[in-house]
Design a binder for this molecule. Sequence first.
Ligand code: GRF
Length: 202
Amino acid sequence: ARVAVLISGTGSNMAALLYASRRDDCPYEIVLVASNDPEAKGLLLAEAEGVATFALPHKGMKRAEHDTAMEKQVLASGAEYIALAGYMRILSPEFVSRWEGRMLNIHPSLLPKYKGLDTHARAIEAGDSHAGCSVHLVTAELDDGPVLGQTQVAIMPGDTPDTLAGRVLYAEHQLYSRMLEELVSRPYRADWLLAKVSELAL
Ligand code: GRF
């Protein structure tokens, strides 16, 4: 399966997805890495690894306009799936609905806890014993949508949001490629059709 990855920053999750895809029997390949920030470090890594890249700053563009331009590149790459990996943009509902069931995101919390930003500070502040990460299908609501998998990460005494984020990132890198492999291996159309049929029956 062909996958486009959208990033805004370091792109360590994108790198994890890319290196996992080098395994001979990996069921997906990364065909495009695209960013809303031309300075995103991950773009350099992708280029060095021979993956097509695309960058388009969102400044001065309407959300839907920017989304459409990004989506055009994604479609031109032949991608069938989109993996959001630290893509710091909220996507328009139209974009999201066109990729329903085929776009996933990684979020650094045990969803449904701590949607949005500053997840680690919030988990520490709440006195949680564990933080973690979740991979979920993207729906129009931010950090919502069916969770495909999660990894728990113990919060240690003396953890700061940064030290915790570092450990959660290890877990993210493992979880994301595993969940992407699972998703692309699913009989997608059958799932999708069944879901639609049961929706209609309600
Ligand atoms: C990750 O923690 C991801 O969960 C969050 O943003 C961070 C991106 O890191 N959404 P990277 O760019 O993949 O290194």
